[in-house]
Design a protein. Structure first.
Length: 152
């Protein structure tokens, strides 16, 4: 009797794990598709905008404004490409069975965190500790830097 109950529990665990895998994979692939479409759309927009806006007949202010807008678009492209890369890495971790576990402590990353940030590699606690360490390092660097340069 106990053996049959154990077998049923194990089968339920396998089915539950498979459901989780399927849900996570669908979420990541959906995110990848949206990012790829946005990236391709922005690339087309930047290409089209570059050919439609020659610098002829415009003053320096208009040219500078256009250049700033182009720089913002380029930065957004870089950010989207970086996120797309992280989503692809998350999909690879999912296939390897490493997805959803913190790189620092090895604990499982909470499902709400993965839904909000599907490419997360750390649990909330480890990420918070990492951010605190970064702030401490920045603060120490600011304290160590001189307030003014005595050579000037």
């Amino acid at each position: 009797m106990a053996q049959a109950q154990f077998a049923a529990t194990t089968m339920d665990d396998v089915a539950s794990e498979r459901d989780r895998y399927d849900e996570l994979k669908a979420m990541l692939e959906s995110r990848r598709l949206v990012l790829a479409e946005e990236l391709n759309g922005r690339l087309r927009g930047v290409r089209d905008g570059a050919t439609e806006r020659p610098h002829d007949g415009r003053d320096f202010g208009e040219i500078a404004d256009t250049d700033v807008q182009d720089e913002i678009q380029f930065t957004l492209l870089e950010m989207k490409a970086e996120i797309l890369g992280k989503v692809n890495e998350a999909l690879a971790r999912l296939e390897d069975g490493r997805y959803g576990h913190c790189h620092e402590c090895g604990d499982e990353i909470a499902a709400p965190r993965l839904r909000a940030l599907p490419f997360a590699v750390r649990c909330r606690d480890c990420e918070s500790e990492r951010e605190l360490d970064a702030m401490r390092t920045q603060s120490a660097a600011r304290r160590a830097a001189p307030l003014f340069d005595a050579r000037t």
